[in-house]
Design a protein around this ligand. Structure first.
Ligand code: FES
Length: 151
């Protein structure tokens, strides 16, 4: 348990306007303020999205796992964009009953859901607890090396 307490600056996405975003418009997220080892939370379609700037250690841990042993087998490579492996983008809603997991908590240097104890790793994959599936990866793309578009 334990881990590093992380401040998650809320990035306000006001272009286009909030009502358009709520209806599902794509949002752009500037990655430059997100230091290695930090996460930010943004909102897309009313859902919290975690954007994690992973450390080398987190990436190595995520890739050292025997994928077949996972409850919801998926490689780390399949959950991030090639050439941008340091960035993890996931929908921050626990796949058990919908609580919002906490980043940098739990046994796997990933996310911990305090509601019933689900633990996700640094790839957002479920590793322990009642959640049946990995944190979903929303549709997104890199529009430059420092900016993504979600949606
Ligand atoms: S809602 Fe996350 S463990 Fe139950």
């Amino acid at each position: 348990m334990g881990g590093v307490a992380t401040l998650w600056p809320f990035i306000s996405q006001m272009n286009p306007d909030a009502s358009t975003i709520a209806a599902g418009a794509p949002i752009e997220v500037d990655l430059t303020p997100v230091a290695e080892g930090q996460d930010i939370k943004v909102f897309w379609r009313g859902k919290p999205i975690y954007v994690s700037h992973r450390t080398k250690k987190q990436i190595e841990e995520a890739r050292a796992v025997n994928v077949a042993s996972l409850p919801d087998p998926q490689s780390d490579e399949a959950r991030v964009k090639a050439g941008h492996e340091q960035w993890l983008v996931v929908i921050g809603i626990c796949t058990h009953l919908g609580c919002i997991p906490i980043a940098h908590e739990g046994n796997y240097d990933g996310f911990f859901c305090p509601c019933h104890g689900s633990q996700y790793d640094s790839s957002g994959r479920i590793r322990q607890g009642p959640a049946p599936a990995n944190l979903p990866v929303p549709p997104y793309q890199f529009v430059s090396d420092t900016k993504i578009q979600i949606g």
